[in-house]
Design a protein around this ligand. Structure first.
Ligand SMILES: CC(C)(COP(=O)(O)OP(=O)(O)OC[C@H]1O[C@@H](n2cnc3c(N)ncnc32)[C@H](O)[C@@H]1OP(=O)(O)O)[C@@H](O)C(=O)NCCC(=O)NCCS
Length: 158
């Protein structure tokens, strides 16, 4: 069973400390990099989330309510999903897709004012783009240049 919980360092850190290869690091930050960046910025607007499979950490992403989202939307009540990854040993088993399908409920339950989820995905990242589409995210033609090239900007009203 796949579930989403707020990241707890003492319970989840080792489980999300998997390495991503160079190819995948073009498209996302590792959990450790994302956590370090949140810590370095003393960022209260970014919430690290652990993806659990049968209560064991299998993946990670960040719900970021900070200003970076305004590169994608003008909506103050939105949240940016970033730094999504699934442990490479567990990829391709439906975990990423199931997690993205559950984000809406998680956000609705924990952040009552939030009414939209936005994200940016590299145009070469076929599997990620595919799961976002399957999870109901819409791409309506907006792009931007990201750290590894053009990205589709996607959104979902919740
Ligand atoms: C992207 C990522 C999170 C997906 O997680 P996952 O658990 O492996 O994904 P799932 O198994 O749920 O789904 C993969 C889907 O992509 C599809 N897919 C795989 N390769 C594909 C390709 N080349 N083109 C199109 N679809 C592809 C699979 O068919 C599957 O879809 P389906 O279930 O409808 O058949 C994971 O691969 C990852 O951590 N990648 C590295 C980091 C990354 O790119 N993060 C996203 C940043 S935006």
């Amino acid at each position: 069973m796949i579930s989403l919980v707020f990241f707890k360092p003492e319970e989840h850190l080792s489980g999300v400390s998997y390495s991503l290869d160079e190819n995948q690091l073009r498209f996302t930050a590792s959990a450790n990099q994302a956590l370090q960046s949140i810590e370095a910025r003393e960022d209260d607007d970014a919430f690290p989330i652990t993806i659990l499979v049968n209560n064991i950490p299998a993946g990670f992403f960040v719900l970021d309510f900070g200003n970076d989202k305004f590169e994608l939307t003008e909506n103050e009540n939105s949240v940016l999903v970033r730094s999504l990854s699934v442990n490479p040993e567990l990829q391709g088993k439906g975990i990423g897709k199931a997690a993205m399908l559950q984000v809406d409920d998680f956000v609705r339950k924990n952040f009552k004012d939030c009414d939209e989820i936005v994200l940016a995905v590299n145009q070469k990242n076929d599997s990620a783009y595919h799961i976002y589409l399957k999870a109901g995210y819409i791409y309506d033609g907006k792009t931007r240049i990201g750290r590894s090239g053009p990205q589709y900007l996607m959104y979902k009203k919740i």
